[in-house]
Design a protein around this ligand. Structure first.
Ligand code: IVH
Length: 650
């Protein structure tokens, strides 16, 4: 067994070798020797948790970047791409390009869109200098050491060039099979592996990269750039193909789609770019994306599999959700073994039974959905909703006017767990370290029966739980304490009040400023708030004024949780006192734009009516825009603005 001082020497040795490996191309020791030292340190640390050196490479494993990371300001913005979904969209894009460039035809280059994580890598005098994630497009996180673990990426170039290359980091499908239990899909695996602190971990994840852009090279077309990067030794995006015929460009996109299952990486579309680089500046950018490139998105992925069983899950509000237990199937790179069936109506609509084969669909990152029954099973068995809660055995109710079945016991452990999970989630109190497994134990051990019990937990109780060490307990205690500082809107959201989601919670926090003011309000006051209807107001008042809720509130105050929120100060503007509504996809989250509008005195409403003054429209604005246009035909009262026009107006 190692002594403490042997251990400290070992940590120094590990740190030295990790550095040598990641910052030079010639490591001092082999991978397997490094692994042995690493394991030795781990064995000592497991036996002596109080003697762990926090700087040991073993201690940074899996921890997300966050405040420890260095931010990186991109020299030029890393934009995202707008999407095309059909041949018609593609034709419209092509026509627009001809108009913008005033040419009769234009060369476009087509290549696969890799489903990974965008990075920018800078080379200084031929040496890999710094690499960063895309982040919000302007500021990313420095990930140089992690990027250097990608085997196919050169650390040194043959020429002393100072250039920036951009590309997509991804995990190969064949590599992902080793990490399936840790990540939902190869993209999450790539992102999780790149955005954590220990390059040793990243290296083991065997990431790969395709470079799709080079800045600072002397080429005149995209295709030439890719060729030049290839000659310099970069792993470049597979074969950009150029054509000026829209039919052929469409065929090229479809060809990429038809090969998507034959290649060892996830492709979620094709990227179409203007080949001539000098035209890029001429064509320019919208607020969020280049106008000279588009992503041609593929249709949702489909597959068929069998329903082996239908089980019932109880949620935080007591709703019973039937879930199909499926014969596992790989779809969009992820292994799918469950799919929600929502409610009994959905089961009837699909007309499915246990034993049937169904068609499953998964578009992008969306939760997989059962589309239709593919084939009836030979020994099919109908599903019946249980008469008692499968978790607590309590009675189930089903009102005629509601599709859902409910477990009515508020102390049902499934409901308590669900409420806790919601309370600690990122958009609510954001208590890191209270994951599902810990919550399960806390409720099953009877340590937590009400939300406020979280604030009474102590170190002795927590250390006894599975998977909890000294460090995780102390981090968790800190996270619980600092959650008391969360703004009122997060607290309101965390409580899981009926019909109150993140957005309504923000509105209520702004409107009332303190929880007491909200708890003592009236139905009339609530209804006056534009986005709150009569049903929500009534249910909310019922809950807020119930004895059990008032007691919960007092208990929260007793543990020091009584968040207040300043009412926003209003900047007088042309929008002050006017009603506004945003629709379509905008360049930033809708909530951000709405907050800007409110800060200027506007009232944000949720539907188009004659009382609306301004409609702010993004890409693909739909029914709200048509409704405003119809109203305007009779009497032009609604001012329709793009984001740019809104900015100009303000
Ligand atoms: S070009 C200005 N090419 O797609 C050009 N992007 O939605 C911007 N991506 O953030 C990107 N494969 O992460 C380009 N062959 C490819 C790509 C690609 C994947 C990603 C990239 C970008 C996102 C845009």
């Amino acid at each position: 067994m190692l002594t403490h001082s042997d251990y400290l020497d070992l940590v120094q040795q590990l740190k030295h070798n990790a550095d040598a490996y990641y910052n030079s191309t010639t490591p001092n020791i082999s991978d397997s020797e490094y692994d042995k030292l690493y394991q030795k340190a781990k064995v000592f640390e497991e036996a002596n948790p109080l003697l762990i050196d926090p700087s040991s490479p073993t201690q940074t494993v899996g921890s997300p970047l966050k405040e420890n990371t260095k931010q990186f300001q991109h020299q030029s913005r890393m934009p995202s791409l707008q999407n095309l979904f059909s041949k018609d969209d593609l034709d419209a894009f092509y026509k627009r390009l001809l108009k913008e460039t005033e040419t009769p035809t234009i060369d476009l280059s087509v290549e696969p869109k890799i489903d990974g994580l965008a990075v920018a890598i800078h080379y200084k005098n031929g040496k890999l200098d710094v690499a960063a994630t895309r982040g919000d497009g302007q500021t990313g996180e420095v990930i140089t050491d992690n990027i250097k673990t990608i085997q196919t990426l050169p650390h040194t170039l043959d020429k002393p060039l100072t250039i920036e290359v951009r590309g997509e980091v991804f995990m190969r499908k064949s590599t992902f099979t080793q990490f399936e239990s840790e990540f939902a899909n190869p993209r999450n695996a790539a992102a999780g592996s790149l955005r954590q602190l220990d390059p040793e971990v990243t290296r083991k994840r065997q990431l790969d990269i395709f470079i799709y852009q080079g800045l600072g090279l002397e080429s005149s077309t995209h295709q030439e750039t890719i060729q030049a990067l290839k000659t310099l030794g970069f792993p470049t995006i597979p074969t950009p193909t150029v054509s000026s015929d829209p039919e052929q460009i469409h065929d090229l996109c479809q060809n990429i789609e038809s090969t998507r299952y034959d290649v060892d990486y996830e492709i979620d579309g094709a990227v179409i770019k203007v080949n001539q680089l000098s035209l890029h500046d001429q064509i320019g950018f919208t607020m969020k994306a280049p106008k000279w490139a588009m992503a041609y998105k593929f249709k949702a992925e489909q597959g068929t599999t069998q329903i082996n069983d239908i089980q019932v899950q109880v949620g935080r509000t007591g709703i019973l959700t039937p879930v199909a237990i499926l014969e596992p199937i790989l779809l969009g790179g992820a292994k799918i073994s469950r799919a929600t069936l929502h409610n009994m109506d959905e089961i009837s609509r699909l007309d499915i039974q246990i034993g049937d084969t169904v068609t499953l669909e998964r578009a992008g990152d969306v939760i997989p959905k059962i589309r239709e029954r593919h084939q009836k099973g030979t020994n099919r068995k109908p599903f019946k909703m249980p008469s008692h809660c499968p978790v607590c055995g309590g009675p189930i109710v089903h009102h005629e006017d509601d599709v859902a079945h409910y477990c009515t016991n508020p102390n049902c452990s499934a409901q308590v767990k669900g409420r806790l999970q919601h309370f600690v989630s990122r958009k609510a109190m954001d208590i890191d370290g209270l994951g599902q497994q810990i919550i399960e134990q806390l409720v099953d051990e009877g340590l937590v029966t009400s939300l406020v019990d979280i604030y009474h937990l102590n170190t002795e109780q927590l250390i006894k739980l599975d998977r909890m060490g000294e460090k995780s307990v102390s981090n968790l205690v800190k996270a619980i304490n600092s959650s008391k500082e969360k703004p009122l809107s997060k607290f309101i959201n965390a409580l899981g009040l009926p019909n109150v989601g993140e957005r309504t919670a923000e509105i209520l926090a702004e409107e009332f400023g303190s929880f007491d003011a909200l708890a003592n309000t009236t139905i009339e006051t609530l209804i006056e708030i534009d986005s709150i209807g009569e049903i929500t107001a009534t249910e909310l008042i019922d809950t807020l004024q119930s004895q059990s809720f008032q007691k919960l509130l007092t208990n929260f105050k007793n543990v020091g949780l009584d968040p207040k929120q300043d009412k926003a100060e209003i900047i007088e503007s042309i929008l002050t006192g006017k009603t506004c509504l945003c629709t379509g996809s905008l360049s930033k989250p809708r909530s951000e734009i709405e907050a800007e509008l409110k800060a200027r005195g506007a009232k944000v409403v949720s539907s188009v009516s004659k009382n609306l003054n301004y409609l702010i429209v993004g890409e693909k604005a739909g029914s709200k825009l048509s409704k405003a246009e119809t109203i305007n035909k009779k009497d032009p009262i609604i001012t329709i603005l793009t984001e740019e026009e809104l900015e100009a107006l303000l």
